[in-house]
Ligand binder design. Structure first.
Ligand code: ADP
Ligand code: MG
Length: 905
């Protein structure tokens, strides 16, 4: 025994560990006004709620989810009698609703504490009682689960008050039955869903219909398949509105009182059971659908017409039990002992069942009473069950109160497995199929009638035809018979005549035989003749046949010959093509060799002139130019021009892409030579030569090709029109890439030369710089070769000159792009380069830069002013020396700096 003050309930800790403790905790949320059931689902949400709407698979629906019976205790306020009689005594119970505990006083110093799912004080409103006890059950009924709400307690403690009050005089007094129906009616969909009720009482193991009291021995029927119990004998009334339901309850209650008066008992001796059947059709795909289509693998479309609609048929059972007090205590009604046993049989059986379930005993004596059979699903079954145990405060009934509390405590240990009551609506499918079937039967009948008529028609027609044919046949046979008969008679007659003749003249007969033998000989001869003729015809035919086969053979041989000749012709043609290609190659090689010979000859004659910007190029150029006078004086055209005309520019350019590396080298050299001649430049560019050369420059791995191609581009870049074209075709970018990749100083020299030429074009300044021309130029100084540096210096000088020209024309205001691109340090470093071409270009470049005032600051900062001063003093070329002097003295900024430094000019 637990000591005084201890908690006596073994369920407590187990309960709190469970996830489905939703039952009696809904009060605060649902108490706020009239809500639709579905909206309060969150408040009432719990384990099995999730199975019906959440992602749990269909297994949950078929296996059920564990849900414990929920038990609340409700204390009735003291009644008038108790107020008077027990005025001096304290109540035997003390409630701690916030702790959900009840203290039962044994005496003044000792008490026991019990824990319930909910503890409802004497002040609890009917609304609150409904919301904590019944509402979660009603909600789950609406979702398709069975539900039970039951009141247990001593007579007079408020079971009927809690469940059955109609509240007509005071709305707030409405009991659970009325409130439950209100919620159900608010939630169903009229038209597709339906609600019906039966109302019965159970007394002395007899079930009586409270809606039709004459019907007082209703049988319980158990479905052998599902084990579900039902009362088919009870009246079922469909409920459409709240008023008709309240009327039904009133009628039921009146019948209950009347019946009990007749039976000489009190209402408190009988159990009243209200059964509400809710039938809802399920729209959309349900767990059942999933499991069905999953199991047999049929596609949903195939099942479409045969798939029955799905319905959820759930049942809410509200049980107002008979008073739980022992009958012998209040046995004032004068029943025999047998009767007394029978009266209490159901209630004690219920107690036994609950004990067995609470102790998980293997046997639960469900079949012992009608009540336990009817409540099979409510305890240990698939329903969600709430029990409210009602107690009074009076210490006089401490014994009854204790036993009520113990009943409640045991009931709390009962686990149900709630299960969705979803099933296929075979009835409605059946109805649909019946209609379909009737349609088909009618159609079938129509078709059958038509078929029979048709058969009859054909039969009659056939009979007609047969009769006709028989008639015709008969006539024909008759005719034939007569004809043959006539013929027979005729031949008999002829025979008789012949016989007569024979009899008369045997001599004549001999003569006839002779002439007949003569005739035979003639015929034999004719036959012989015929045979011979036929033989000769046959011979002729075979002869002709032989000739035909001979001709055929000859034709086949000739065809083969033609095929052979055609093949040879094809081979010849391809050979010719190859030879032509070779001729092209040889021609270009000849061209190259003649150029090289020219070059050799000339260099033997003259040698390279110093100080030229493009000695290599010049030599290439001179192959056309230099040899001109000689060749011209000799009359015929120079070899290149000749070849140029013979081979054709397009062909030469196409050779640039030849597979043969040698051919490519020759071709690029020829193009370079042609590009050196101003007259050819336009044609080359027109024919796409510039593009080919630029591409070659980028793509070729061969150093010679790159060098020569760069030289050709440099030559083309001397002309202003071509400069525009080079820019337009992305030439600067290609040249810049080559500038950064190439190693060979001669290639770099050509590239630098080409860019330097572009630098001299006033219109292209900004674009040239934008596409990286200046950076490329400056990048090439890494090579260090004086020829390259000279081209770089020339480019810078050209660019600076254009800039200063633009400045004097008043166009430019900004700082020099050359300075922006970081050329000043290199300029300063090489301003006194020992190679004259480099030095001159840089000196000029410096002068041009200094002529523009915005550059002065950088010129001073980078130390270029010193170089300018030096140039103005020491330059060997007088024109440059003067230019430098003029430049320095005419710039106010430079002048100021010179003064500041104390330099004497
Ligand atoms: P039972 O059905 O358990 O025999 P009743 O519901 O008939 O008990 O209640 C007996 C009396 O007590 C009735 O007069 C009823 O109005 C009153 N009563 C019961 N419970 C309450 C309550 N919670 N508040 C007020 N009166 C109550
Ligand atoms: Mg009652």
């Amino acid at each position: 025994m637990a000591s005084s003050g201890g908690v006596r309930n073994g369920v407590g800790p187990r309960m709190s560990a469970k996830p489905d403790r939703q039952g009696f905790s809904a009060t605060p949320k649902t108490a706020a006004g009239k809500q639709r059931l579905s909206s309060s689902a969150a408040a009432a949400g719990g384990a099995y709620r999730r199975t019906s709407s959440g992602p749990l698979p269909s297994r949950a629906a078929s296996d059920g989810v564990s849900s414990r019976v929920r038990v609340a205790v409700r204390l009735r306020p003291r009644n008038a009698e108790e107020l008077a009689a027990d005025a001096d005594f304290g109540d035997c119970v003390e409630l701690q609703p916030e702790l959900k505990r009840l203290k039962l006083r044994k005496n003044n110093w000792e008490s026991e504490t019990y824990e319930f799912d909910e503890v409802l004080t004497e002040f609890s409103s009917q609304k609150r009682v409904y919301e904590v006890v019944a509402k979660p059950v009603v909600e789950s009924v609406m979702e398709g689960y069975n539900g039970t709400v039951m009141a247990y307690g001593q007579t007079g403690t408020g079971k009927t008050f809690t469940l059955g009050r109609l509240g007509e005089e005071d709305t707030a007094a409405r009991g659970i039955m009325v409130r439950a129906m209100e919620d159900i009616l608010a939630d169903i969909t009229h038209g597709t869903d339906s609600v019906s009720v039966s109302y019965i009482q159970l007394y002395m193991e007899m079930i009586q219909d409270l809606l039709d009291p004459v019907n007082d021995n209703i049988a319980i029927v158990e479905d052998p398949r599902t084990g579900d119990v039902s009362l088919p004998g009870a009246t079922v009334v469909e409920v459409r509105d709240q008023k008709s339901f309240v009327d039904l309850l009133r009628v039921g209650e009146a019948h209950r009182v009347a019946a009990n008066t007749k039976l000489n008992t009190e209402s408190s001796r009988s159990h009243a059971i209200l059964m509400v059947n809710v039938r809802r059709s399920v729209k959309g795909r349900t767990e059942m659908d999933v499991s069905i289509s999953g199991e047999n693998g049929h596609s949903s479309s195939m099942m479409g017409s045969l798939r029955p609609p799905i319905v959820r048929k759930s049942k809410l059972v509200v049980v107002d039990l008979a008073g739980s007090e022992r009958i012998d205590k209040s046995g004032s009604e004068g029943h025999t002992l047998e009767e007394a046993k029978s009266i209490n049989l159901s209630l004690s059986a219920l107690g036994k069942c609950i004990n067995a379930l609470a102790e998980s005993s293997p046997h639960v004596p469900v079949r012992d009473s009608k009540l336990t059979r009817l409540l099979k699903d409510s305890f240990g079954g698939t329903a969600r069950t709430s029990l409210v145990v009602t107690i009074g405060p009076s210490p006089r009934h401490r014994g009854e109160t204790t036993s009520t509390i113990m009943f409640g405590q045991r009931a709390m240990k009962v686990e149900n497995m709630v299960k969705l009551k979803e099933e296929f609506d075979y009835k409605s499918l059946c109805r649909r199929l019946d209609i379909e079937l009737d349609k088909l039967i009618a159609e079938n009948e129509r078709q059958r009638k038509y078929f029979d008529d048709e058969v009859e028609r054909i039969r009659a027609e056939a009979q007609c035809r047969i009769a006709e044919a028989e008639r015709e046949c008969k006539i024909t046979l008759e005719n034939e018979k007569m004809k043959y008969h006539q013929e027979y008679l005729d031949s008999i007659r002829i025979m008789e005549e012949k016989w007569k003749v024979h009899q008369q003249s045997p001599k004549k007969q001999n003569k006839e035989a002779e002439s007949t033998s003569n005739n035979t000989g003639e015929v034999h001869n004719l036959l012989q003749n015929e045979k011979m003729l036929r033989q000769s015809a046959e011979d002729e035919a075979s002869d002709l046949k032989n000739q035909v086969s001979h001709w055929k053979k000859l034709e086949a041989t000739a065809t083969a010959e033609v095929v052979k000749l055609r093949k040879m012709l094809d081979a010849e043609a391809s050979q010719k093509e190859k030879l032509e290609e070779e001729i092209d190659v040889l021609r270009s090689q000849l061209l190259q060799m003649s150029m090289e010979a020219d070059e050799t000859r000339r260099s033997l004659d003259k040698g390279d002139g110093p100080g030229k910007i493009f000695p290599g190029l010049d030599s290439l150029v001179s192959q056309t130019r230099g040899s001109q006078p000689r060749e011209q004086s000799n009359g015929p055209k120079q070899p290149i021009a000749k070849l140029f005309e013979q081979v054709g520019l397009k062909k030469i350019l196409s050779l640039l892409e030849s597979e043969e590396p040698d051919v490519r080298v020759h071709a690029v050299k020829v193009v370079a030579n042609l590009a050196a001649e101003e007259a050819n430049q336009e044609k080359i560019v027109e024919a796409g030569g510039l593009t080919s050369l630029l591409t070659l420059l980028r793509s070729s791995e061969d150093e010679t090709i790159r060098r020569v191609a760069a030289g050709a581009i440099a030559n083309l870049a001397m002309n202003e029109t071509n400069q525009d074209l080079i820019m337009d075709q992305g030439g600067v970018t290609l040249l810049s890439m080559t500038a950064s990749d190439a190693e060979d100083p001669q290639t770099l020299r050509m590239v630098a030369g080409a860019i330097a030429n572009l630098c001299g074009n006033d219109k292209l300044q900004t674009r040239l710089r934008g596409e990286g021309g200046i950076k490329a130029l400056l990048g090439m100084v890494r090579c260090g070769h004086p020829d390259v540096l000279a081209q770089v210096a020339r480019g810078i000088a050209n660019f600076a000159k254009c800039e200063s020209r633009a400045a004097t024309q008043g166009n430019k205001v900004g700082k020099s792009l050359l300075i922006d691109d970081g050329s000043l340090p290199w300029i300063v470093k090489n301003a006194n380069n020992e190679a004259a071409p480099i030095r001159r270009h840089i000196e000029l470049a410096l002068c041009h830069l200094a002529q523009h005032e915005v550059n002065s600051k950088d010129i001073i900062n980078e130390g270029a002013l010193w170089e300018l001063v030096r140039i103005s003093r020491d330059c060997s070329r007088e024109d440059i020396r003067r230019l430098a002097y003029r430049t320095v003295t005419s710039s106010p900024t430079l002048q100021a700096e010179i003064r500041r430094l104390g330099i004497k000019m």
